[in-house]
Design a binder for this molecule. Structure first.
Ligand code: DAH
Length: 345
C-alpha cells in the first residue's frame, strides 16, 4: 500500500519534471516533492509503526525515490540552464563582420612638420636646441642686440608691451644674448625655435604671432663661408637637392655684414615664374656675421671670437614648401586643411 504510494509519487514527480521548462518551475517542484513537509517525506512518519524488517525496506524505497527525483531534477535543471544560455548566445550574437566605428584623425599641422624638419636638419649638423622667454626685457630684445632705444630699426619691430621695459619678444634673436651670457665666453652652437610677436594687422602674409628658428654659431675663425655652407645644406634638405642659395647684402643691427638669403626657385628651377616673380630666386631668411658690439656686450672678445647667426621664419618656409596661400590657415585648425599634409610629410 505504502509502496505503491511511493511509486505513484515518483511517477507524478517525473511527469512534472518532464514538463518543466523554467528554472523557477524546477525549484517549485523540488520544494513540492522533496521538502520536509512534502508527501514523500511525510511517509517517513510511518516508519515508527513498522517492523524492523519492513522499516529497512521501506526506508530504502523512500530514499531511492528521493534520490531518483533529485537526480532527475538536477538533470532537467542543467538542460534548462543550457537552453537558456544557448538562447542568450543566439540573441546577443555580435556581428563581427560589421565595420568598427572609425576614429577620425586630423593631420599634423604643416607648421610643426616644418619646424621639426628644421630642428632635425640643424641638430644633424651638431647644433643643440636652446630656448628663451617669450615675455622679454627691452634689454635682451633690443639693447644687447645693438638696437639702442632711439634706433630706427625698432620701428619695424613694434610689439605688445607689458610695461616700459617688458614686451613680447619680436624675434628669437634675444636667445642669442641669453645663450652667449650663459656660455661665458665658450663656443656656442645652438638653434632656437620659438614664438614671436609683432603689432601687425593680420592678413594673408602677416600675423601678430608667428615663429622663427634662430641659429647662432660662435667660435674662433668662423667666417661667412661657414654661413653659406650651412644654409646651402639647409636649403637642399628643405627644398630639394638641386637648390642653390645666394646671399644678398642687407642690414640687421646685430650682424655685420648682414645678408638676405635667397634660394633658387623650386617651382621653375630658376628660369623665372610667378612664384619667384620672374627673378628665379625666392627670399627665405636673414643672417650674417655676429656684430662685434653684440659679441662684446655678451662677453666675447671680437678679436678672438667670431660668429654667424641666422633667423628663419617657420610659417614662411611652410607656406613656400606646401604652397599655402594664407598664413591664417596655419592657425585656424580646419581639419580639411590639416589632412592634406600628412601624406606629404
Ligand atoms: N631677427 C631678425 C628678424 O626677426 C631675423 C634675423 C636676421 C636673425 C639676421 C638673425 C640674423 O640671427 O643674423 O627679422
Amino acid at each position: 500500500m505504502e509502496n505503491s504510494k511511493v511509486n505513484e509519487i515518483v511517477t507524478r514527480a517525473l511527469e512534472d519534471i518532464e514538463k518543466a521548462d523554467k528554472g523557477d518551475v524546477i525549484n517549485e517542484i523540488r520544494n513540492r516533492y522533496l521538502a520536509k513537509k512534502s508527501e514523500l517525506m511525510g511517509l517517513m512518519s510511518l516508519l515508527g509503526q513498522m517492523s524492523p524488517e519492513e522499516r529497512k525496506d521501506f526506508g530504502k524505497l523512500v530514499n531511492d525515490a528521493k534520490t531518483r527525483i533529485s537526480e532527475m531534477l538536477n538533470k532537467k535543471q542543467q538542460e534548462i540552464a543550457q537552453k537558456e544560455l544557448n538562447k542568450r548566445l543566439e540573441e546577443e550574437k555580435i556581428d563581427i563582420s560589421l565595420p568598427g566605428k572609425k576614429v577620425e584623425l586630423g593631420g599634423r599641422n604643416p607648421f610643426y612638420l616644418v619646424q621639426d624638419e628644421v630642428i632635425e636638419i640643424f641638430t644633424g649638423m651638431g647644433f643643440s636646441v636652446a630656448s628663451g622667454p617669450e615675455v622679454e626685457s627691452d634689454l635682451f630684445n633690443f639693447e644687447l642686440l645693438n638696437i639702442p632705444k632711439d634706433h630706427p630699426a625698432r620701428d619695424m619691430q613694434d610689439t605688445f608691451y607689458i610695461d616700459n621695459n617688458t614686451l613680447l619678444r619680436t624675434h628669437t634673436s634675444p636667445v642669442q644674448a641669453h645663450t652667449m651670457q650663459e656660455a661665458k665666453g665658450q663656443p656656442v652652437k645652438i638653434i632656437c625655435p620659438g614664438k614671436t610677436y609683432r603689432r601687425d594687422n593680420d592678413d594673408a602674409t602677416h600675423s601678430h604671432q608667428f615663429a622663427q628658428v634662430e641659429g647662432l654659431l660662435i667660435d674662433k675663425n668662423i667666417n661667412i663661408g661657414h654661413l653659406k655652407a650651412l644654409l646651402t645644406l639647409f636649403a637642399k634638405k628643405m627644398f630639394g637637392e638641386k637648390r642653390e642659395i645666394r646671399l644678398r647684402p642687407s642690414y640687421f643691427p646685430f650682424t655685420e655684414p648682414s645678408v638676405e638669403v635667397d634660394i633658387s626657385c623650386f617651382n621653375c628651377g630658376g628660369k623665372g615664374c610667378s612664384m619667384c616673380k620672374g627673378t628665379g630666386w625666392i627670399e627665405i631668411l636673414g643672417g650674417g656675421m655676429v656684430h662685434p658690439n653684440v659679441l662684446k656686450m655678451n662677453g666675447y672678445d671680437p678679436e678672438v671670437y667670431s660668429g654667424l647667426a641666422f633667423g628663419i621664419g617657420i610659417e614662411r618656409v611652410a607656406m613656400l614648401r606646401y604652397g599655402i596661400d594664407d598664413i591664417r590657415k596655419i592657425y585656424t585648425n580646419d581639419v580639411r586643411f590639416l589632412r592634406q599634409f600628412e601624406k606629404k610629410a
